[in-house]
Design a protein around this ligand. Structure first.
Ligand code: NJP
Length: 253
């Protein structure tokens, strides 16, 4: 059965691929991002059940308006996906206050605004699915030059897990999920704060299509967390938490 789905960060990258595939299977979509013209054109390409709403997710008022627009257009929301995010290219000792503020605003507060906007609607309906897009870098320091980004995604993980625990007893049909991709071949590196000239995805990065396949499976089969490359990532996380020092030592070799 088709679902009503709100996706932030849908103008490019993972969010755009996800939107294209969900629209193709008949879901009803409201897409959010800042670039109004591109987003509007993209939504029109996807057909008459897809709409665009210009949103800066770092502004609570914009996110509340996005929720209102979704309810005005579709009457209800089944799935809300906090996918918008931004990286940084700066190591811990070089971070400024402004760097940290930007990472928290775009990767943590944005998702908090989304959660606080839509979950009361889910509670009224007794059902709904909230999905937050995190990163493998929130669990393991594979790329220390992402520093404050990694920290912000760790904060997002904690908010996600705490919300899930708050809701689970009273609202068993409200699902709260976390998606943990590794590196993905989008313009994420180039779009990162302080990105060096020519920054791009690392060799061996997953395609956004691979990530989206995992996200669509999550929409169809809600669960707490999804690694988008589980065969590799779950073992890495097990080894990391089993002995952080030994794992970090193995990374240096
Ligand atoms: O990133 P990119 P991805 N308000 O740069 C939007 C995570 N992830 O698709 O506003 C509203 O291609 C921006 O739109 P616009 C990552 O942390 C990625 O790869 O028009 N929207 C665009 O649509 C993020 O959470 C990798 O500029 C804002 C989109 O966000 C998610 O996956 C690895 C916005 C960014 O598109 C999607 O990333 C990983 C704002 N203030 C996790 N700021 C990876 N790619 O390697 C940005 O582990 N956007």
């Amino acid at each position: 059965m088709s679902k009503v789905i709100v996706i932030t960060g849908a103008s490019q990258g993972i969010g755009a691929v996800l939107a294209r595939q969900l629209a193709a299977r008949g879901d009803h979509l409201l897409l959010a991002a800042r670039s109004a013209k591109e987003l509007g054109q993209f939504a029109r390409q996807l057909g008459r059940d897809t709409f665009a709403f210009t949103t800066d997710v770092t502004r609570r008022q914009d996110v509340n308006r996005l929720r209102d627009e979704a309810l005005r257009t579709f009457d209800h929301v089944d799935v809300w996906i906090n996918n918008a995010g931004r990286g940084i290219t700066r190591n811990v000792l070089d971070l400024t206050d402004a760097d940290l503020d930007e990472m928290i605003a775009v990767n943590v507060k944005s998702a908090l605004y989304g959660m606080q906007a839509i979950v009361p609607h889910f509670m009224e309906r007794g059902q709904g699915h909230l999905i937050n897009v995190s990163s493998m870098l929130s669990r393991i320091p594979f790329a220390t030059f992402r520093s404050a980004y990694n920290a912000s995604k760790s904060a997002l993980n904690a908010l996600t897990a705490n919300l899930r625990m708050d809701l689970c007893a009273e609202y068993p049909n409200i699902h709260v999920s976390l998606v943990l991709p590794g590196a993905v071949s989008t313009s994420f590196a180039a779009n990162s704060l302080h990105a060096p000239e020519g920054a791009g995805p690392i060799p061996g990065a997953q395609t956004p299509e691979e990530v989206v396949a995992a996200m669509i499976d999550l929409i169809d089969n809600p669960r707490a967390e999804v690694y988008t490359n589980p065969d590799v990532q779950i073992e890495q996380v097990r080894r990391y938490y089993n002995d952080v020092g030994a794992f970090e030592e193995s990374m240096r070799r």
